[in-house]
Design a protein around this ligand. Structure first.
Ligand code: SAM
Ligand code: SF4
Ligand code: SF4
Length: 380
């Protein structure tokens, strides 16, 4: 590697140290950023490792045998994750999503689920606690996760055709195991299950209608299938616009097979546009992150595996919360909850990210070519 090439691993450490607040400000739950957006949703990446090598996320050529994943000591512990989550809840977060990498690879994840499930909002309500998984280990783990207090689950599945699926996960993993994982999640009470399919034109777009038919016929309203536009996240997936199939075309193909009616958004800030089958056999959704940006309502923050806070999926820098939890330098005291809450409040109130909107507008301000954080590191 030449001197002027930054190894990918170094990008992970691009983070700012939050400012030490001069004055403590207690969270009011009414935080809003520079564009007036509240903070409602925290996505927590519990590992940067994965047993799949989906080309749009962790292409084999980059994430190979020599790739340096984070050492165990770098990961936030379950106690640290729970402490940070508690502060976010005080700031208004109502939804926690565990992700990764593949979250089910993190040892004893049920223990973390139980710790997070015990958190309450200031009004005493439970949180919406969910998890996104490739489902390779779900058949084995669904019941334990539900018993620990997980409420719902999202499964990523890009094709029903076994050969197409094996090619897309690039580790020859069979589709039948994922389907059994979905059945197990439903049996454990984790429904309705969301199934996310990333659509790549020319790779799996012929699977759109068969996927819809399978879940409609087998599970009806107990599974909501969502089609996601292939995004230019990270810097390693070689993204090209001509491989994006716009959601409008997904809907066109679906409505030729099944009559559809639009549904109203269930919550503000919802990423999917929802439609129901006219015969009542359930619903589907489309997530148009490329062709129809939804930054205006974006109320999500992301916590990386090693405790960096990212305010946008396309951010190039994070904010180092782990340094606050552990003490900025070995000689210093860890920060108190009140100090961390004040720092997070400041960070969110200065947020102005709206990458997808700028991408759609092709604004010159867009930092094309800048190395962005990778999806497996901050989760989806
Ligand atoms: N490993 C788990 C899984 O695949 O469900 C959780 C982490 S994965 C990074 C979270 C989600 O991001 C998955 O649904 C995946 O399909 C989606 N994703 C990853 N790269 C993407 C891309 N380039 N465009 C759109 N979605 C992507
Ligand atoms: Fe792994 Fe999920 Fe990324 Fe696929 S999308 S490589 S399953 S982290
Ligand atoms: Fe939110 Fe950034 Fe995605 Fe816009 S591009 S919706 S600000 S994460």
């Amino acid at each position: 590697m030449g001197d002027n090439v930054i190894p990918l691993a170094d990008l992970r450490y691009a983070a700012e140290l939050p400012r030490i607040p001069a004055e403590l400000v207690m969270p009011s739950g009414l935080l809003s950023d520079r564009l007036g957006r509240p903070l409602r949703d925290l996505r927590i990446s519990v590992t940067d490792r994965c047993n799949f090598r989906c080309s749009y996320c962790m292409p084999k050529e980059v994430f190979d045998r020599d790739y340096r994943f984070l050492p165990q000591s770098s990961l936030l512990s379950f106690e640290e994750i729970t402490r940070v989550a508690r502060v976010f809840v005080a700031h208004g977060v109502r939804k926690l999503r565990l992700t990764g990498g593949e979250p089910l690879l993190r040892k004893n994840l049920e223990t973390l689920v139980a710790m997070l499930a015990a958190l309450r909002t200031p009004e005493g309500d439970e949180l919406d606690l969910t998890l996104t998984t490739n489902a390779s280990l779900l058949e084995r783990k669904a019941q334990a996760l539900a018993d620990a207090g997980l409420k719902r689950i999202t499964v990523s599945l890009d094709a029903l055709d076994d050969a197409v699926f094996r090619r897309m996960n690039d580790v020859d993993f069979p589709v039948a195991d994922v389907l059994r994982g979905i059945d197990a999640a439903l049996a454990a009470g984790l429904g309705p299950v969301k199934v996310n399919m990333v659509v790549k034109r020319g790779t799996n777009d012929h699977e759109i209608v068969p996927m819809a038919r399978y879940f409609r016929d087998r599970h009806g309203p107990r599974v909501a299938l969502r089609f996601i536009e292939y995004m230019d996240v990270g810097s390693t997936n070689g993204w090209r616009m001509d491989e994006v199939l716009p959601s409008a075309q997904v809907l066109e193909r679906l409505s030729q097979a099944f009559p559809l009616e639009p549904l109203e958004p269930a919550q503000p800030g919802e990423t999917a546009q929802r439609w129901r089958y006219s015969d009542g056999a359930g619903e589907i959704g489309v997530i148009s992150s490329v062709t129809q940006a939804f930054c205006r309502d974006c109320n999500r923050a992301r916590l990386s595996t090693e405790g960096k806070l990212f305010l946008c999926l396309f951010a190039t820098r994070g904010h180092d919360l782990r340094a606050l939890l552990r003490g900025v330098q070995a000689s210093q005291q860890p920060w108190t909850d009140a100090q961390i809450a004040t720092a997070i409040g400041l960070i969110w109130s200065e947020r102005a990210d709206r990458y997808s909107e700028l991408r759609s507008a092709e604004a010159p301000a867009l930092e094309r070519g800048t190395r962005r954080v990778e999806m497996h590191y901050i989760g989806g």
